[in-house]
Design a protein around this ligand. Structure first.
Ligand SMILES: Cc1ncc(COP(=O)(O)O)c(C=O)c1O
Length: 385
């Protein structure tokens, strides 16, 4: 008898490409449909038919996308949200006033802004640590630390944080570790296997990869009260990812492994090309052997360093802004992880409180021909001259 797909021990890329071998059992369609219903009828005994009640709680298409991500992340459960930020908010809503959280000084600015609001308005205790200081995290820990939140590589300086070592420190202090692995998705980093309790991603980025939805996912290493509470927050806040977006996400994830591999190759080629360029002060990319976090990155990012890098221009802020203005192939837009390459002057996007260097340009490398991307940057640098 032939084995079912779940018994075949298939590689993650196969599971993603086939959306867990999804098929409409009635028609045989190899692409499943979208379930748009916002409410679900009970059976003749007034019981739920398949656990579905109402569209704000749950949706079959969203659940299908969650199953794919749970399989790639190796999680006990993965929850999808309408954006990365709404997932972040739901998780941080589970904390009480007086709880202590530890986060890196440089991280996704929207998350930091929300944490600062909770600190000011709800009495959350917050310590930010310097991710480049080997003792930074250890010194930030306290007896009441509930959660350590890290990002690796950190956006947009691409410092690499050792996830396994961080998990050990967090757990020694009785805290949970959550990792924002938006730029190091399960293609390359097994965040939960490295010891994290929670793997978070903005699904807007690599998971979907086509810049046509926003989404967020939280994957939990274990079931338990925290998972239940985050589900409750998502239901009460109405932040579940909607069915149509979940369907697009399932489609996007079919090519996740191909896209990530191509973006990683091209980003390394671009980083190597511009590393010693006369107009460039430095290139920040964990894939370069000269990057201070390269060895840790090589250990924990097993299949590519991703498509994100930053370039520091010798001509300062003016030169950086000019380069972003003059590119013709790169789009001067925010976000990352899509098939099209983007460039942005990150300090402008983050605002005056930003700690990002004013001469920094953040590149999100897509899947175009890398020769076009290098030529585009060369002509923009020359024009900015
Ligand atoms: C690393 C990282 N985390 C979280 C987010 C927030 O995700 P979203 O924009 O989907 O709300 C972003 C968005 O840019 C991000 O880059």
């Amino acid at each position: 008898m032939s084995k079912s797909p779940s018994q075949l021990n298939l590689a993650p890329a196969t599971r993603a490409a086939q959306a867990l071998h999804a098929m409409d059992s009635r028609t045989g369609a190899v692409v499943p449909g979208i379930e748009l219903a916002s409410t679900f009828a009970r059976d003749e005994d007034y019981e739920l038919r398949d656990g579905y009640v109402y569209g704000r709680n749950d949706n079959p298409t969203t659940r299908q996308a969650e199953a794919v991500i749970a399989s790639l992340d190796g999680s006990a459960a993965s929850l999808l949200f309408g954006s990365g930020m709404s997932g972040f908010v739901a998780l941080f809503e589970t904390l009480d006033s007086g709880d202590h959280v530890v986060l890196p000084q440089i991280m996704y600015h929207g998350g930091l802004e929300w944490v600062r609001r909770l600190e000011a308005k709800r009495g959350l205790q917050v310590t930010l640590f310097d991710a480049s200081d080997p003792d930074g995290l250890q010194n930030a820990m306290r007896a009441n630390t509930k959660l350590v939140w890290i990002e690796s590589p950190t956006n947009p300086s691409w410092d690499v944080i050792d996830v396994a070592a961080t998990a050990e420190i967090a757990h020694t202090h009785g805290a949970l570790l959550a990792v924002d692995c938006t730029v190091s998705p399960p293609v390359t980093m097994d965040t939960l296997a490295l010891g994290a309790d929670i793997a978070f991603q903005s699904a807007t980025k690599y998971l979907n990869g086509h810049s046509d939805i926003t989404g967020g996912v939280i994957s939990f290493a274990a079931e338990g009260p925290l998972l239940d509470e985050v589900i409750l927050m998502r239901t009460l806040q109405g932040s579940l990812m909607k069915a149509f977006d979940a369907w697009l996400l399932i489609r996007g994830m079919r090519t996740l492994y191909l896209r990530f591999e191509r973006a990683s190759q091209s980003a390394l080629a671009i980083a190597s090309h511009f590393e010693n360029h006369a107009d460039v002060e430095a290139v920040l990319y964990p894939g370069l052997a000269t990057h201070p976090g390269h060895d840790i990155a090589a250990r924990q990012m097993k299949h590519g360093f991703g498509g994100m890098l930053s370039v520091l221009m010798k001509g300062g802020e003016a030169a950086a802004r000019d380069v972003a203005r003059y590119t013709q192939v790169f789009f001067p837009a925010t976000s990352l992880g899509g098939v099209e390459s983007l460039i942005e002057h990150r300090k402008t996007v983050e605002g005056p409180q930003s700690l990002v260097a004013p001469n920094l340009l953040r590149l999100s490398v897509g899947i175009e021909d890398v020769r076009d991307l290098i030529a585009d940057l060369e002509q923009a640098i020359e024009r900015a001259g």
